[in-house]
Design a protein around this ligand. Structure first.
Ligand SMILES: Nc1ncnc2c1ncn2[C@@H]1O[C@H](COP(=O)(O)OP(=O)(O)OP(=O)(O)O)[C@@H](O)[C@H]1O
Length: 265
């Protein structure tokens, strides 16, 4: 693998995801080999690689669904085996991981994002209800709240899953090919929302996408690092050496996204 060309910046932006000498294989197939990569606060990392390159495998390792054969994964400086603060992480899985016959309403799907891995079935309090309302508002999907998720368009569903991932106000948002199967206009709108969130909110992003045009437009043409067939493109919200927070909105409530409401799509 090539070595990282990451600049300074670790000086004032703490590591959110640290991968040290991480390797993973399925039976005989080595998918990730000796990967060293660090994602810092407020980075936007775009992960690009051909089919089968290991992108989803890497994301699943980062969210603790797969264990590396070698090396160490740390989240916010804590080894994965000891990490418990899952509400600090929002995860939008691949769209095809979702069963369209799932009978839940939009509000129920977004509410389910409140439950960490431990807190399943805890009662919903007033604060929780407000968080859900804020997430619905932020994604302009209040009008869809009582609709069945399986009956929405692909673009609307993606907004719902983004609202679900945002409901706890995560510091790290992980998106696995969020725009697959969505028309190009809605895709453009989705990327606009993501870029806005990156610029205005204290959120670090890790996104897998095959949309090279969008990735290059926002993250440039030179990967910060490559490992096997994986390429990592990185953009920081401001000069990495500038430790001041600039122009940040702090609550989900402030995140009402511009543009046509999803209900109209
Ligand atoms: N559960 C599994 N058992 C065995 N091999 C697997 C398993 N899951 C994935 N693989 C293989 O590991 C490799 C990496 O898969 P992965 O899904 O991480 O790739 P990807 O980069 O996300 O691909 P895509 O762009 O097609 O989604 C592929 O060759 C895949 O066939």
């Amino acid at each position: 693998m090539t070595q990282s060309t990451r600049p300074a910046g670790e000086r004032c932006h703490l590591p959110v995801v640290s991968l040290d000498n991480v390797s993973f294989h399925y039976e005989q197939r080595l998918v990730i080999e000796q990967l060293n990569f660090h994602i810092l606060q407020r980075d936007f990392v775009g992960l690009i690689g051909s089919n089968g390159a290991g992108k989803t495998t890497l994301l699943r390792m980062i969210v603790g669904l797969l264990k590396p054969d070698e090396g160490e994964v740390r989240l916010f400086g804590t080894p994965l085996s000891k990490f418990r603060d899952w509400e600090r992480i929002g995860y939008v899985p691949q769209k095809n991981a979702f069963n369209p016959l799932f009978p839940a309403t939009v509000r129920e799907v977004v509410t389910s994002g409140l439950y960490g891995r431990k807190k399943l079935f805890r009662p919903i309090g007033r604060d929780d209800k407000k968080k859900v309302d804020d997430a619905l508002h932020a994604l302009s999907i209040e009008e869809l709240a009582d609709r069945r998720i399986g009956r929405l368009s692909g673009g609307q569903q993606q907004r719902v899953f983004l609202a679900r991932a945002l409901v706890n106000g995560p510091e790290l948002l992980i998106l696995d090919e969020p725009t697959v199967g969505i028309d190009s206009e809605t895709q453009e709108h989705f990327f606009h929302m993501i870029r806005h969130m990156h610029q205005r909110h204290n959120i670090t992003f890790l996104m897998v996408s095959h949309d090279l045009d969008m990735m290059h437009a926002y993250l440039g043409y030179e990967p910060a690092q490559t490992s096997g067939k994986l390429k990592f493109y990185v953009k920081h919200t401001h000069e990495p050496d500038n430790c001041a927070e600039t122009n940040l909105a702090h609550s989900l409530r402030d995140l009402r996204l511009a543009g046509e409401p999803a209900a109209a799509r």
